[in-house]
Design a protein around this ligand. Structure first.
Ligand code: ADP
Ligand code: GLC
Length: 488
């Protein structure tokens, strides 16, 4: 099959979260199964310029709010997967991907990602061969299936092309005022409850889910959760109505980037057979984060996260005092909403010898926290998949997680012999403390702790299994498209 990924972020060009890791790794796994895969992403300020691509220099994007001029350039080729960059400096040459430095959404995000979606479609045409599948991700590229079924519905180039959308996070739907349709070349007739209308606004992600031939999300449990009112963000009805074409496919991880046996970003390498290097990583981490006279027998609880309401850190606020009475360090790295940045700064100030914090985006430190911590905390309110707990397993760092979405699917409670971590279900500070106390107690029994670490390190979440599942999803998308086209 010929598959084109269209996404707003991708390692190594740009990243704000796990979406970039997935779009960076899944195409390679599909290519390894014999498929022809290409990736199209925007070129942001943080992305190195691409090489010219003859014939794709002048993409004129007909937005009703005015023309945008873009071009497609060649990024790198990673394991036979070519990457293409949409260059449109007026829209993408900015400090952040979606937000200003002080955390405000760019006011023209609706236009930016409509223009990107149209540029990707025009770019695909310039590449010459019609794809079997265009695979889109989250609200930023949700308009691709909408455009292909409206503006491009009679374009013979896309006659045999089906679309798949992956929902990485339903909490970010791309909601814009009703009049946006008139600015992005979409007909006002799409402002209907069974199209893009959503409580008086335009919802890009809804459009993607309505117009795609198949919908996936990033874990089995999250696929179930988003069909309920509790997790559905008002879109549960749409998802239920399409449940025959909705599937949860667990994210894999890229073990070339996240493996303590080969990781060049950590001070010492180690494996399940020889964990000595992990102690070196722990000491170096504590020193790097400023712990005075680090206590090596005190466990380190790692956190690496976007600071967003989704991630559940308000629970920590409620139990900070209680938490800090325990004999442990917290090593936290994150950026995001100011109120959480302030909370972590405040806790670092109150407990300087235990609560070690960096408010930053720092990939090297993210690896060092995975390697140097004993446990890893993810108390998420909801978590579509979550990648850090899977990285933690590989690094012998025991996950303590809330049993939601992908966290529930990937971690099993340790019973003294089997299991890989500790889980709590109720979204409460007490439940979090309960799970953490079970972890701290287990930590004091070195033999069973070593077993728990090895249980995690032997898990295999590489992409191959999930890549096969995506191929099945693509086949279902193609079959469903064929049925629509054959219908009278
Ligand atoms: P989400 O996509 O919701 O943010 P995931 O667990 O799927 O959550 O993925 C988060 C990814 O972003 C991981 O690769 C993690 O290491 C990385 N990450 C998050 N915050 C930071 C940060 N402050 N510095 C470096 N990497 C970060
Ligand atoms: C989202 C989710 C996260 C998931 C990631 C990659 O940002 O919040 O749980 O792992 O996408 O699919």
């Amino acid at each position: 099959m010929r598959i084109v990924f269209v996404a707003s972020e991708c390692v190594p060009y740009s990243k704000t979260g796990g979406l970039a890791d997935v779009v960076g790794a899944l195409p390679e796994a599909l290519a390894a199964l014999g498929h022809e895969v290409a990736v199209i992403v925007p070129r942001y300020r943080m992305t190195k310029p691409g090489a010219p691509l003859p014939g794709a220099e002048n993409l004129t994007i007909p937005l009703s709010s005015g023309y945008q001029f873009a071009s497609l350039t060649r990024g790198g080729v990673v394991k036979s997967v070519p990457h293409y960059l949409v260059e449109c400096p007026a829209l993408f040459d900015r400090d952040g991907l979606y937000q200003t430095k002080d955390g405000k959404d760019y006011p023209d995000n609706a236009i930016r990602f409509a223009a990107f979606s149209l540029s990707a479609i025009e770019g695909i045409k310039r590449l010459g061969t019609p794809p079997d599948i265009v695979h889109c991700h989250d609200w930023q590229t949700s308009l691709v299936p909408v455009y292909l079924n409206t503006l491009y519905a009679v374009d013979p180039f896309f006659h045999r092309t089906s679309t798949v959308i992956t929902v990485h996070n339903l909490g970010y739907p791309g909601l814009f005022p009703a009049d946006v349709l008139t600015k992005i070349s979409l007909d006002g007739s799409l402002f209907r409850v069974d199209r893009l209308e959503f409580f008086g606004k335009v919802n890009y992600l809804k459009g993607g889910m309505v117009y795609s031939d198949f919908i996936t999300t990033v874990s089995r449990k999250y696929a179930e959760e988003i069909q309920t009112t509790e997790f559905g963000y008002g879109l549960d009805g749409v998802l239920r109505s399409r449940s025959d074409r909705l599937q949860g496919i667990l994210n894999g991880v890229d073990y070339e980037a996240w493996n303590p046996a080969t990781d060049s970003l950590i001070p010492a390498r180690y494996s399940a057979d020889d964990l000595k290097g992990k102690q070196v990583c722990k000491k170096a981490l504590l020193e790097k984060l400023g712990a005075v006279a680090p206590l090596m027998d005190r466990p380190v609880i790692g956190i690496v996260s976007r600071f967003a309401t989704q991630k559940g850190f308000d629970l920590i606020e409620h139990v900070a005092e209680d938490l800090m009475r325990r004999d442990m360090y917290v090593a936290a790295l994150g950026t995001g909403e100011p109120k959480y940045e302030e909370l972590f700064h405040k806790l670092a100030g109150l407990y300087p010898d235990k609560f070690l914090v960096r408010v930053a985006y720092d990939n090297t430190l993210a690896h060092q926290i995975e390697a140097g911590s004993d446990m890893f905390l993810m108390p998420s309110r909801y978590e579509p998949c979550g990648l850090n707990q899977i990285y933690s397993l590989k690094y012998g760092t025991v996950p303590v997680v809330r049993a939601t979405g992908g966290l529930d699917d990937t971690i099993q409670e340790f019973d003294g012999a089997n299991g890989t971590g500790f889980k709590f279900s109720e979204y409460s500070a007490e439940a979090l403390l309960g799970a953490l106390d079970r972890a701290l107690e287990a930590y004091r029994k070195p033999t069973s702790w070593a077993r728990l670490q090895r249980n995690g390190m032997s898990q295999d979440f590489s992409w191959t299994v999930s890549a096969h599942a995506y191929v099945q999803a693509y086949r279902q998308a193609a079959a469903s498209r064929a049925r629509i086209q054959a219908a009278p």
